[in-house]
Design a protein around this ligand. Structure first.
Ligand code: RBF
Length: 152
């Protein structure tokens, strides 16, 4: 099967605390990703009061806030949307954000999943918030996080 395999995943340990860090840039996209990530966690067994939401300005700040929040939380989802502009900024921010997020996960030994869109335009971004188009990347990130939490 191509792409994400949408397994039904029920969280084994519902006492875990999950932090969701959301970039405010392109909030018309990041709010959609946040809502689907949050509702997917709840549908799969996590109670709403075990989810902490934290906002940062843009994708570049996501790894810092993820590490900060993981001092309290057991796992994190970083949410952002990078839309390519006329300069190479996009590449630098995307690289730093992806590497930084992986680094945080390995340093803390806590799952930190990546729901950051790196797209060429708004249409591509919207397609990636919709299950009936390319896919709902907020939901996919939440299901990925549950799979990682269930490894423990
Ligand atoms: N942050 C995003 O989350 N998405 C973007 O598409 C985005 N584009 C940016 C383009 C430029 C030219 C700059 C300077 C910043 C951009 N940022 C974007 C913000 C970035 O992630 C960060 O918040 C700021 O650079 C402050 O550290």
């Amino acid at each position: 099967m191509k792409g994400f395999k949408p397994d039904i995943q029920v969280l084994n340990n519902t006492t875990v605390k999950v932090s969701i860090i959301v970039a405010r840039w392109n909030s018309f996209i990041t709010e959609k990703l946040l809502n689907s990530a949050k509702s997917t966690l709840i549908e799969n067994g996590l109670s709403a009061n075990h989810i902490q939401i934290m906002y940062v300005p843009g994708c570049f700040e996501l790894p810092y806030a993820a590490k900060y929040s993981l001092a309290q939380a057991d796992a994190a989802i970083v949410i952002g949307c990078l839309i390519q502009g006329d300069t190479p900024h996009f590449e630098y921010i995307a690289q730093a954000c992806a590497h930084g997020t992986m680094q945080v996960s390995l340093e803390t030994l806590k799952p930190c999943v990546f729901a950051v869109l790196t797209v060429l335009n708004e249409t591509q971004a919207l397609e990636r918030t919709d299950e009936n188009r390319v896919g709902d990347k907020g939901k996919e990130a939440a299901l990925s996080l549950i799979q990682l939490l269930n490894l423990k």
